[in-house]
Write a protein that binds this ligand. Structure first.
Ligand code: ADP
Ligand code: MG
Length: 376
């Protein structure tokens, strides 16, 4: 009777080469603020791993411990098998790119990228070769002599990336890398960044509070809250099979019903809620009489003017809001219980096909596979 997916810890990718291993890491500031709470994780070579969570949940603190700017209160950090928990930042083959790119304003693009290499005493010819290569990688060869203020936000971001990669770190840490860009630019830059990271093959831990960004860029994500991981997994798994109400609520839009399990069979359960009875086409690890949440994504809810057949998985209400997004439209249906149900319809043709308008009475229905039953 499997249900709500087990939290994945990352150990299932053991056959791939592990680059980073975090074991039971805790950080307590000033003896009282528990910023990171017993976090364990493995990241494999070449992976882009996303740390996702709201403000203040401990993302930056975890990243800063990986970089060596903070020492864990408890736990161990290993890089390629070596214990680096207490290794100073400058001795780690790790580079961190900050939210504010921190480019030197008086130095050219070329000099910004060369800065760290010069400081390390790399021979001149080698520096030149490396910088040219980095400029090519981020497609800024033509801009080598410009100063940061003569570049667009996206270009500045690429200079910062080139500078971070110039020393060929084994691990690249990105803290809200696109925070300074507007929405449209963020979307294109996300893909550019992933392309560059994959070309270089560098392993990457990315921090963001933006779930779309995490899902677009990362191969796996951890959803963080109050210093610990709620769930770790591939983006589509976390989206389709959240393991708790908190994760379901944090990742994307969701309709959350509260109810009680009636039938509990290996191949299905039914959950009675104030709004409807859900027939869920798989078993769960619960028992009848148990209080559970049932999550249904708006894109899995279909609307109709006619009453759906059968006793399960439908409800009725009044259209109180229609929000047009271009590619899709979201309808808000006010139910008798007071709950507002969201249903998202794709605008695949130019006429608005379901033909509903404000104030209409409508039925909403969904399939036996559309729900996730949440026991916590
Ligand atoms: P996030 O990056 O997810 O927004 P942070 O890691 O910056 O979260 O912060 C986590 C918690 O630790 C917050 O409550 C924050 O106030 C606290 N914190 C962060 N840095 C320090 C510090 N240097 N001293 C004391 N408390 C800190
Ligand atoms: Mg932060």
């Amino acid at each position: 009777m499997a249900t709500a997916p087990k939290p994945q810890t990352g150990t299932e990718s053991a056959e791939k080469e592990v680059l980073l291993r975090i074991e039971g890491v805790t950080k307590i500031y000033d003896g009282t603020v528990k910023a990171v709470d017993d976090v364990s994780l493995t990241v494999t070579k070449g992976e882009i791993f996303g740390l996702l969570g709201g403000s203040g949940c401990g993302k930056s603190t975890l990243l800063r411990m990986l970089a060596g700017f903070e020492v864990p209160t408890k736990g161990k950090i290993y890089l390629a098998g070596q214990d680096i928990t207490n290794l100073p930042a400058y001795q780690r083959p790790i580079n961190m790119m900050f939210q504010s790119y921190a480019l030197f304003p008086h130095l050219s693009v070329w000099e910004n990228i060369a800065f760290g290499l010069k400081r390390d005493g790399m021979p001149k010819e080698q520096i030149a070769e490396r910088v040219e290569k980095m400029l090519g990688l981020v497609q800024l060869t033509k801009f080598a002599q410009r100063k940061p203020h003569q570049l667009s936000g996206g270009q500045q971001q690429r200079v910062a990336l080139a500078r971070s990669l110039a020393k060929r770190p084994q691990l690249l840490l990105l803290d809200e890398p696109l925070g300074a860009l507007d929405k449209k630019l963020r979307e294109t830059t996300q893909l550019e960044l992933v392309n560059i990271i994959e070309q270089v093959g560098v392993t990457c831990v990315l921090v963001t509070h933006d779930q779309e960004e995490a899902m677009t860029m990362a191969s796996r994500i951890a959803v963080m809250s109050e210093g610990y991981f709620l769930q770790v997994g591939e983006p589509d798994t976390v989206y389709e099979m959240p393991n708790s109400r908190k994760v379901a609520d944090f990742i994307g839009n969701v309709n959350m019903f509260e109810g009680v399990i009636e039938e509990d069979e290996p191949d299905h359960v039914t959950v009675r809620c104030a709004e409807c009875v859900h027939y869920v086409g798989h078993g769960i690890s619960g028992h009848s009489g148990m209080s559970v949440g049932v999550a249904v994504r708006p894109e899995k809810v279909m609307l109709s003017k006619n009453k759906p057949k059968g006793d399960y998985n439908w409800t009725e209400g009044e259209v109180i809001e229609i929000v047009y997004f271009g590619a899709h439209t979201t309808y808000h249906l006010k139910l008798a219980s007071g709950m507002v149900l969201k249903a998202q319809e794709i605008n695949s043709t130019r006429d608005l096909s379901c033909g509903l308008t404000w104030g209409d009475k409508a039925y909403a229905h969904w399939s036996n596979e559309a729900m996730v039953v949440l026991t916590q």
